[in-house]
Structure formats: structure tokens, C-alpha cells
Design a protein around this ligand. Structure first.
Ligand code: NDP
Length: 433
């Protein structure tokens, strides 16, 4: 704590992992002898830099940007960039730390990192977003490379922003290095299914978890929080598998649509019009918007928190349990507070932590890197099939590790242990670096 003062979310993420590792260290004292735990909690490199840019009124704005290159034992640093006013070092470090274990769980050759800026894209014109992205990349490019560090999107960073970032990288370096960023548009080296992958993967994991408990997702009532990239495609896949997705949200409130969300309308409102979620209710008969409300008030059997960290607390978890929730899978990173996770686990709810449930996004980013490296592009069906296999593999690793270390059915412990062991073994093999 004293070493990283004020980094609340980072402390929370580290504690959550370390709490589950004592049986591993007991069985493998070499991890303690070689200070693997201390090393794994310390980023390999952290960058903080100024991003000056000119807004549409000609005024110079200044933002702060970060890139935390956390661990490269398994491959180049890999993890998204977040643009949100709440971004500071503690958020980027928590996300980078989680990313290390998540990426290990995918079984792909990718290390962990994360970045972002306190830039708020809301209400900014395309031109402003482009100038901001260009300025950010003018510093960041020197730290990137397909074998070094490969960013992607996250909150506030989608295909538009990745396009501007890639354009500037290409211009500065004079290299068409497709594998330096993922989440690219299909027109310039992107992968089919990358945009959908995190949400789809979360639902695939949920399906696996329900199946292991002898249950299915079809016909279930589902609530999703958020209405961004992850939320939209989690809702879409759940609906495709026969679930009834009845609510989603944004930071202004939530919509309830008992007829089941109209995914095409949701996509238009959020992806094309970039409007608030209330616009969905304005256009859809029978749907209602609850301003400032908490979406977890809506009863459901499957809850998919897909917005942001610490959005679902113990009170919300208690409401969900009282309303009969069976399964919760984190599409977002650390959306459930530790107390909420406790409520779910004690209440017998199947609970999938983000580092397992939302790993489909980064896994498909690694598939995008594979396609770029081989100058190839795969069909949507093939890519989705690979994603499905990867999620099944992650489910198996988590369930297997939980069983092996004496906590069967505990996906939190299972994910932490399986992810940790893969990274830790690589770190041991590489020596004290
Ligand atoms: P988007 O920016 O596309 O969407 C974020 C959604 O969450 C929006 O609906 C937004 O509402 C809401 N939201 C964001 N911050 C807050 C807040 N402080 N309070 C309430 N609502 C909020 O981001 P993504 O969908 O890409 O990311 C969502 C989560 O998933 C994040 O935790 C991210 O780290 C995680 N994730 C994303 C991956 C990806 O591939 N994109 C991969 C793995 C994890 P509003 O517009 O009102 O702010």
C-alpha cells in the first residue's frame, strides 16, 4: 500500500488475486523463493505523458495519458486504451494487472498491459477526437510495436479511435505494421468478430458455466448493464441463444423492454447516433427509461455487468439474489465489488470473474494479430468458432484449477490460480528479469 499510495482500484485487484493464491504457494515454494509474487505485482514499465491538442474553438487542451507495460513473460504487452475522465494511474494499473492473468488464461502468446487517458470523448466532434488521438500517438508510437506492445480499445475507444491511432502510427513510422494495434476496421487489417468478441465470449462462458451446473441459457431472463461495445454484443448473443434480454443501461439510467431488447435499434442508437440510452425508449413502443436508476433493480436469472468497475455493490447483489439470479458473469473488468462477489458466492450463485468471462475480446485480438502476421483474413464463422473453443478452454482451465486446489466451483480462485501459474512458470523459466 505504501509503495502505491492512493491507487485504490489497483490495491483491490491485487488483493483479490493474492487472497486466492496461498494454496498455490504452499504447494510450490519456488514461487515465494524467487519473489514471483512481488515481481508480478510490479509493472515492468510505466509511462505517463502530456497530450496537448487543439479543440474546435482553437483552444489548446491538455490531457494526461498512461501506458503501463505490466508483464511480458508470455508475449508482447497486450491490453486496451481507455478514454474516460476517471482515468488515472490506479485505474490503468488495476486493468493492466488483471490483463496479465486474463491473457495467460487465453493460452495465447500475449503479455499484459493497459493504457488510457483522462480525455472525455463525450460531446467531442470527430475532428477533436482525431486530433487528440494523433497527439497521443505522437508520443506513444515509440513504445509500441507488434513484438513489443500492442494496444486495443476499451471504454471510450472503439473502431473510430483505433483508426485514427493507426493512421498516425503509420504516418510517423512509415510502416504498415498492422499487428501494432487490434480492434482495427475490416477495411485495414481488422478481424471479423473482434468487435463482438468480448460480449459473445462472456455469453459463451456463461453458457459453459450453466451447462456444468446442468442448466441452459435459452429462455432465461437476462439483464445487461452498460450499452457500449461489450454490453451490446453480450445482449445480441444471449438473444441469439434464446434468452430474453430485458434491460440495459448507461451512466444516465436504464431501459426496460419486456418484449426483449431490439438489438438493431440498440446498435443504431449507440453506435451510429452515439445517443443516450433514453433515445432507445423514445423510439421503441413498450420500452421505458428509468432516469438515474440502477439496472440491477430489474429481476433476472442471468446478470451480465458490462459497464465499468465497481458498478455492482453488495446491496445490488442482495437484490439480485432475492430476485432469483442464477448466474452472474462479468463482461466488464471488476464490475462487482468484493462484497458483492461475497454475496453471490454465499448465495450459491454461479459467478464468473471478468478475467475469465471477458477474455474473449483479447483472445480475438490475438487472433487478429495471427491474421496480420500471416497476411490472411478469416471468415466470421471460422473466427467465431475459434473464439468459442478458446472460451471453452478457459472455462475448463478455471474449473480444473479450482478443483485441483480444493475449491470446486469457485471460478474466482480457479481463474486466478490458472492464470497465475502460467505466467509464474514462464517468469521462473526466464530467470530474474
Ligand atoms: P464502451 O465505452 O463501449 O461502453 C461503456 C459502457 O459503460 C457505456 O454504456 C457507458 O455509459 C457505461 N459506463 C462507463 N463508465 C461508466 C460509469 N463510470 N458509470 C456508469 N456507466 C458507465 O466500453 P466497453 O464496452 O468497451 O467496455 C466496458 C467494460 O468492459 C469495461 O470495464 C472494459 O474494461 C471491459 N472490457 C472491454 C473489452 C473490449 O473488448 N472492449 C475487453 C474486455 C473488457 P456512458 O456512455 O453513459 O458513459
Amino acid at each position: 500500500l505504501a509503495r502505491n499510495p492512493g491507487e485504490r482500484e489497483f490495491h483491490q485487484a491485487v488483493l483479490e488475486v493474492l487472497e486466492t493464491l496461498s494454496p498455490v504457494v504452499r504447494r510450490h515454494p519456488e514461487y515465494a523463493d524467487q519473489s514471483v509474487i512481488e515481481r508480478i505485482c510490479e509493472p515492468e514499465r510505466q509511462l505517463i505523458f502530456r497530450v496537448p491538442w487543439v479543440d474546435d474553438k482553437g483552444v489548446v487542451q491538455v490531457n494526461r495519458a498512461f501506458r503501463v507495460e505490466f508483464n511480458s513473460a508470455l508475449g508482447p504487452y497486450k491490453g486496451g486504451l481507455r478514454f474516460h475522465p476517471s482515468v488515472y494511474l490506479g485505474i490503468v494499473k488495476f486493468l493492466g494487472f488483471e490483463q496479465v492473468f486474463k491473457n495467460a488464461l487465453t493460452g495465447m502468446p500475449i503479455g499484459g498491459g493497459k493504457g488510457g487517458s483522462d480525455f472525455d470523448p463525450k460531446g467531442r466532434s470527430d475532428g477533436e477526437v482525431m486530433r487528440f488521438c494523433q497527439s497521443l500517438m505522437t508520443e506513444l508510437y515509440r513504445h509500441l510495436g507488434e513484438y513489443t506492445d500492442v494496444p486495443a480499445g476499451d471504454i471510450g475507444v472503439g473502431e473510430r479511435e483505433i483508426g485514427y491511432l493507426f493512421g498516425q502510427y503509420k504516418r510517423i513510422t512509415n510502416r504498415y505494421e498492422s499487428g501494432v494495434l487490434t480492434g482495427k476496421g475490416l477495411a485495414y487489417g481488422g478481424s471479423q468478430v473482434r468487435k463482438e468478441a468480448t460480449g459473445y465470449g462472456t455469453v459463451f462462458f456463461t453458457e459453459q458455466m450453466l451447462a456444468a451446473a446442468g442448466k441452459g441459457i435459452s429462455g432465461r431472463r437476462v439483464v445487461v448493464s452498460g450499452s457500449g461495445n461489450v454490453a451490446i454484443y453480450a445482449a445480441a448473443k444471449a438473444a441469439e441463444l434464446g434468452a430474453q434480454v430485458v434491460a440495459c443501461s448507461d451512466s444516465s439510467g436504464y431501459v426496460v423492454d419486456e418484449a426483449g431488447l431490439d438489438i438493431d435499434l440498440l446498435r443504431r442508437v449507440k453506435e451510429v447516433d452515439r445517443a443516450r440510452i433514453s433515445a432507445y425508449a423514445d423510439e421503441r413502443e413498450g420500452a421505458r427509461f428509468v432516469e438515474g436508476g440502477d439496472v440491477w433493480e430489474v429481476a433476472c436469472e442471468v446478470a451480465l455487468p458490462c459497464a465499468t468497475q465497481n458498478e455492482l455493490d453488495a446491496d445490488a447483489a442482495t437484490t439480485l439474489v432475492e430476485n432469483g439470479v442464477l448466474a452472474v458473469a462479468e463482461g466488464a473488468n471488476m464490475p462487482c465489488t468484493p462484497d458483492a462477489v461475497d454475496v453471490f458466492q454465499k448465495g450459491g450463485v454461479l459467478f464468473a470473474p471478468g478475467k475469465a468471462a471477458n477474455a474473449g475480446g483479447v483472445a480475438t485480438s490475438a487472433l487478429e494479430m495471427q491474421q496480420n502476421a500471416s497476411r490472411d483474413s478469416w471468415t466470421a464463422a471460422h473466427t467465431e468458432e475459434r473464439l468459442h473453443q478458446i472460451m471453452a478452454g478457459i472455462h475448463e482451465s478455471c474449473a480444473g484449477a479450482a478443483e485441483e486446489y480444493g475449491t470446486p466451483g469457485d471460478y474466482v480462485a480457479g481463474a486466478n490460480i490458472a492464470g497465475f501459474r502460467r505466467v509464474a512458470d514462464a517468469m521462473l523459466a526466464l530467470g530474474v528479469v
